[in-house]
Write a protein that binds this ligand. Structure first.
Ligand code: 5RP
Length: 256
């Protein structure tokens, strides 16, 4: 890996812990004004607590303070909405744009076992080819269709494919036997939070994922849809970077 990729990755993964708390706020790219992100002003107080913000160029340009110290990981895929065929994604944002926006990484979804798996995986290969020309790390997101099982066998398959195609890190969902997903994937794995669940459960999932070898989180709804989003991101940080237990982190979440 060359200097540029390593240097950008060190803006996403805290060099002191080797882990990351990414705040995912890209949901509008196919869901429109998602609960908690309708007014992006709600996100602003959370940004300083994130190592990296996972965001589209539209929100970045219009809603985020360019003076932020938080690094940017840019979602560069899209196409379909929740009303269409979700797997039908393409690359929507150029590498030139990612560099102009001073992104530290770019991310796109692949749809393993779904209608457009071959095209989305081939697109990942093309994105990696282009990104490596400019020293830009690529995050592959293993999107899971409604009918797919979220188990270690399927998620392990999807993560391994993403790494084999050249992704520098991978985002997937937590599942039982998550250590098998991590062990089978030669690049760092971070977890998405998924649908909003009670804070105790989301913090327990974070603790379990870190213990199973996850390199952090790229979490959205379980932070920005919480009744105390700042408390929640601080709590997640304590688990990821300080090795706090879910029980200890819950006390951080409860503080106003
Ligand atoms: C959507 C995404 C989201 O960034 C990802 O799902 C993380 O958000 P959440 O924690 O809300 O699941 O990639 O495709």
């Amino acid at each position: 890996m060359d200097f540029g990729i390593k240097n950008r990755l060190s803006r996403i993964f805290n060099p002191k812990t080797g882990k990351t708390v990414m705040l995912a706020v890209d949901h509008g790219y196919f869901q429109g004004p998602t609960t908690g992100l309708r007014d992006m002003k709600n996100v602003i107080p959370l940004v300083p607590y994130a190592d990296s913000l996972f965001v589209t160029r539209g929100v970045l340009r219009n809603c985020i303070d360019p003076k932020t110290d938080t690094s940017i990981c840019l979602r560069v895929s899209g196409g379909p909405s929740i009303l269409g065929e979700l797997t039908n994604e393409d690359i929507t944002t150029s590498m030139e744009e990612a560099i102009r926006l001073n992104a530290s990484g770019v991310g796109m979804s692949i749809f393993v076992g779904a209608p457009n798996e071959d095209r989305t995986i081939a697109n990942l290969g093309r994105l990696v080819n282009e990104a490596e020309r400019y020293g830009m790390p690529v995050l592959a997101i293993t999107a899971v269709g409604k009918d797919m099982a979220r188990d270690a066998r399927y998620l392990g398959l999807a993560c391994r494919i993403a790494a084999e195609i050249g992704a520098h890190f991978v985002k997937t969902y937590y599942c039982d036997d998550f250590h098998k997903v991590v062990e089978g994937c030669p690049v760092p794995v971070v977890i998405a939070g998924g649908k909003k669940i009670p804070e105790t459960d989301a913090l327990q999932m974070t603790e379990d994922a870190i213990k199973a070898g996850a390199s952090g989180v790229d979490m959205g709804r379980n932070i920005f849809q919480s009744d105390n989003p700042v408390g929640m991101i601080k709590a997640v940080r304590a688990i990821v970077h300080k090795g706090a237990s879910a029980k200890e982190a819950l006390e951080i979440y409860k503080k106003r």
